[in-house]
Design a binder for this molecule. Sequence first.
Ligand SMILES: Nc1ncnc2c1ncn2[C@@H]1O[C@H](COP(=O)(O)OP(=O)(O)OP(=O)(O)O)[C@@H](O)[C@H]1O
Length: 623
Amino acid sequence: MKPTTEDLSIRLRDAEDGEADVPFPDDREPSSGRMRQVRECSRQLSQEDNAEDRSMEWSDLTFTIGSHRILSNITGMIEPGKLTGVFGPSGSGKTTLLNILAGRQNTKATGMSLSGQITTAGSPVDPISFRSNIAYVMQDDSLLPFETPRECLHFSACLRLPRSVTEEQRQEFVENLLSTLHLERCCSTIVGSALVKGISGGERKRTSVGIELITNPRMLFLDEPLSGLDSYAAYTLVVALKELAEADVPVLCTVHQPSSEIFAKFDDVIILHGGEVTYHGPADHISTHFDVLGYPCPANFNPADHVMFLLQKEVPEKLQVIKTSWLDCGTFKKMHDQIVSLRGRSNGHPASSATSHSGAGFCKQLGMLLVREARGTIRNKGILFARLGMSLFLASLYGWLFSGSAAQGDNTHSTEKNCVPSNFSAAGCTGDFQAHFGTIVSLGIMAMMGAAQPVVLQFPQERPVFLREYAAHQYGVVPYFISKTLVEMPVVMLSQIVTFIVTYWWMGLHGSVLLLVLVSWMLGIASSSLALLVGCGVSSAQKAIQLAPLTLIPQMLFSGLFVPVAKIPLSLRWARYLCPLKYAINLMTIIEFQYVKDSIDDCEQEFPQAQCMQQSLGWHGEA
Ligand SMILES: Nc1ncnc2c1ncn2[C@@H]1O[C@H](COP(=O)(O)OP(=O)(O)OP(=O)(O)O)[C@@H](O)[C@H]1O
């Protein structure tokens, strides 16, 4: 005969009574030496002590999007001293639960609704305003590829620890953290990326954890920290997390498929299925729980695998029985009573929220960002040489294409009568003048594109790092932008010098080479700032590439090459004031054609070509 839900509940209670010497929650003896030292050190350095508030409880959490119930009546808690894992099949709601508790899930958009209560040490919290108290390590590591683990930790320590902390203390803390996370061997190797080999995935993950430990967080959440790691790297990371938990920081992490060694490291586990809890309690009690429900774990079988297979192969009616039995069992009731008692003690007082603002002032932020940006630019030799190589190649191509096209005007001042340069054809603004003016416009366009193109992709790639650091109040937008621009300036200058060294004599230009380099450099800076703006407005590199022409192509239309300024419809003519390219081309043509300007002024009435040039260049108040 099939056991009823009531029978199962009684059997579960009996089984739990037999284990009365393992109370929930259990008080394990903290074993970690080094992690505890790091915690103590960060607590002292950040001058905060909130050890008592380090628990989180949630009850009856239900989250729906439209008609889709993603989480259903979830109740649970995490406590200091414990490493808690959230397990479950794909799509069971693990990430959603973690994000809601961490205040990183948008729950207020149209069609979304969240109900239930979240408290910390019994005091109600709004997860979004409490989020700065929770360190969160995302599934994809947000680290800069050309920084080393030591530099990442040092950067974070400089900007997040209070100003009273000395440089020696900071360095000592960083070294301590590196050795606690077993990062000594790779501390001077770059992090790397998909294209550049760097430290291993496990080391990257431990670096991310280290960054979050700088400011003494109340709790640490990690989304799928073991994904992509080999079994040993995954194990060492879990050992580090366990040590951290034992040093009084509750750690909650989602895990897809833990090995038995990893599973054994967890103190508590939450098993989700279809947005509902099937088990939440001590990891070493899970086999007994499912055994009582009629699903004994075979000998020498990983209990996590056993439960995961069970949840995926069992029919819906039986799964419903498992879920109902959980709400009826003693483990759940003890946890529920503990939550009620904690909330009763706090008397509904809202939780204190320690907001961590940058420990550094504006100049310190700017200095740190400048050093990091310059370091990244110098180390990223591939991109640096590609930029300079591209300038060299394009300059050679342009030089070849326009070779000598500007040189023919040298006889301009030679005769009194023929005062307009000989390169102005009788057909008007076409022919040689067009080629001469074309050299200037194409140099301008090259400066604009060459500076904008690399930057437009840069921010979308760095976006996760910026968002993480900005959310942690490490620095403001202004120092970030200034540092990027300041580091971009010498790079743009270098590529303009390369361009003009190749083209100036080859094309036979007349204007001052220094002024031409200066103007195209300013154009490059303006264009890279514009590209940064486009990059900031979109979430991915692909979108940035698609949007970039929107800002660059209209500038070319107002350059004066395709249609003279005077012929642009009045209703559109104002737009040229928004185009750095137009300003630069005006300046460059004034510099380049200065030697014929007087002649053109003198001959304006006599030669229609001269008037045409006045219009193209925007002289006589048209610019
Ligand atoms: N914005 C959304 N709109 C509709 N459904 C969503 C949305 N976000 C998540 N879901 C659904 O919620 C369920 C839970 O998603 P969640 O990412 O939390 O699962 P998970 O357990 O973390 O899965 P995995 O292990 O594969 O990452 C899934 O069925 C998913 O399709």
